[in-house]
Ligand binder design. Sequence first.
Ligand code: NDP
Length: 487
Amino acid sequence: KKADIGLIGLAVMGENLVLNMESKGFTVAVYNRTVPGIEEGVVERFVNGRGKGKNIIGCTEINDFVEHIKTPRKIMMMVRAGNAVDQLMEQLFPLLSPGDIIIDGGNSNYEDSNRRVIETEKRGFRFIGTGVSGGEFGALNGASIMPGGSQPAWNDVKPILQRIAAVAEDGTPCCDWVGPGGSGHFVKMIHNGIEYGDMQLISEAYFLLKHLKKMDNEAIATVFEHWNEGRLHSYLMEISAQVLRHRDKDGDYLIDKILDTAGQKGTGKWSVINAMELGMPLGLIASAVFERSLSSDKNLRVEAAKRLAKDRKIDTTTDLSLVDDIEQALYASKLVSYAQGFAVLQKASDNFSWNLDLASIARMWRAGCIIRSAFLNDISDAYQASEKPKHLLFAPKFAAETAQALKGWKGLVITALQAELPVPALSSALNYYLSLTTANLPANMIQALRDFFGAHTFERIDMPRGEFFHEDWTGKGGNTHSGSYNV
Ligand code: NDP
């Protein structure tokens, strides 16, 4: 019997995706490289363990694996991003038949996926680069899947990918075609960047409730559970409450024993780098990435606290509205973060001619993935409105909500800073909102300075846009000016 699909890479994601596919009625061939000299390799362990008695064909040789898959073959790779993917593709190419489809479900860089689509199509095969979000649980029970690449391959893989995807409340699978090239991986990257932002915002809310309100873990968990009933309803909010209530073996709260240094695997950083490449503000996610970097230098912070802030005393507050203000600030900042993220997607779509459907992307994130939340429905509705908003915050619902949140949001950031409690994401979002809504920013000063020292030229408010001027600021300059290009 031949397999409907093959999967390479039996680590946590691969293994669970295979079991998910099999449970939906598909026969799956599996392959993982085997370290020489080891008696029971990864493949044997899986087919004799969790895969036992199931429609799973274990293969320890890659050519045997390829032979066991129905043509046109669908081969999904769930391996470490980077060289491993290229190495595997080189091994696969000589074994494939025209029209076969390679699917990379790892967290690959979208530029690698752009290149791999071209390299694969050149050889007469097809390539799909897909984001898969939802961790171990999502892989097994339904993930959010964001495929892009060789469009003609979509019809062939759709029945399998949509079957293993999570299903939103309205019954739609959280998997749909994203676009050409590496767009699937680009969308997954921004998803992960937003995840960085969401977690930073939650950690700031936790910090403020803990230090300004002097709440204990149980009380904060109760607040988070309450918020999770409302517009902040989301998976991350839900598990934050669970994390706070979780006890260590000795009965103490585990959260209080976890070292405050955050790790990162790169997708947040890539989001920011790519936003910069596109000339787009992604300040909230950037502040989340930078804060993780700062958190990881624990020794420096401990020393700085001792040297520079040893007399710091945090003033607690009994102000009852504070909890509501945090909710307002958290919600408004989250809106800013998603608005920034979706704006980057739109810009990438325009730049790379991907024709991304932002409403569809929001819908794919409603279930299965880590940032799943109620308000992705509202974002999808906003982008589906007859008049698509130029900026997410222009959507009438969001415009009204930010206006309404502003008072509490400002008050909270002021209170936090007054108490010397850092709120990099909440304040970055507020600054963005204020800059966005300021018709006349002080960038005229920057342009004047650039022109003064480097003859970089400027545009004038009393002249048509696109005409550039250079001033001889000191009366001693020449007439030659620098080019007025933007990078
Ligand atoms: P890992 O990222 O730890 O990847 C391990 C797998 O890659 C193993 O099967 C390993 O084989 C294989 N591998 C590594 N190097 C090579 C190579 N040179 N040639 C062939 N195979 C190689 O496992 P995960 O399951 O966590 O993730 C798989 C992919 O999915 C990654 O790209 C990850 O970023 C992405 N992802 C992970 C999520 C998660 O929650 N863990 C969520 C969403 C995406 P071996 O056993 O022989 O070492």
